[in-house]
Design a protein around this ligand. Sequence first.
Ligand code: ADP
Length: 256
Amino acid sequence: MNASTALVESVNLHKDFHGVEVLKGIDMLVAEGEVVCLLGPSGSGKTTFLRCINQLEVFNGGRLYVDGELLGLRDAGGTLHRLPDKQIARQRRQIGMVFQRFNLFPHKTALENVIEGPVQVGGVRKKEAVAEAKVLLERVGLAERADHYPSQLSGGQQQRVAIARALAMKPKLMLFDEPTSALDPELVGEVLAVMRELADDGMTMIVVTHEIAFARDVADRVVFMDGGVVVEEGPPSEVIRAPKHERTKTFLSRIL
Ligand code: ADP
């Protein structure tokens, strides 16, 4: 894999909050079309890493490239160089993010939630956005619910709307931050099924999850993080079935 095929390249990425280092030099390459699952105990820096990729956090050191473009770096003198705001906004539009909480607009229907980004941010004409949103809602199995408000939908349905909403911006990369951990157990499967289809369609995805079966079956690569570092990574057949490191073994034994 070389830099030209890497959609995300993180080099020695550091991030601290008020002097406490939570990312201690993350190196990671994610190729186009790859599905990477990030596993690790709570507090290991997984969310912070995703937020750096999406530029919701400013990192303190190292380099991060998305689609070959350098998002920022801190030079030897300690000065932070970031992309100009306009380019940050453009980069963000290429990245879809799905959170643990669905964050839908409560006063808008499923369809209105999905068209919001394309119309307000993407400059797409409403008619066109509606047609595309209907296709996306169909894709996540919610064609019948287009006119429902979030409060009329189950958690699993809301999360599928959130996925459709992210896809409406035609992202190159989808980031998922524990997308099923706020759901009742019986609703987890329907969301994972949509994610699995996305993966099968070739979407590049970084997924923070505790769903080991999903990681085992869908991920091309599993990255195990602990304490702000990547402890080990590899295909699920190695990291999940035969972890090398004690910390990975302990973590897996707790959640399996
Ligand atoms: P994970 O996703 O693996 O649970 P996080 O990236 O959420 O880990 O958190 C890593 C560490 O950074 C934790 O100790 C957390 O308390 C801390 N942290 C995360 N966000 C902030 C913030 N905005 N301010 C201060 N500390 C934070």
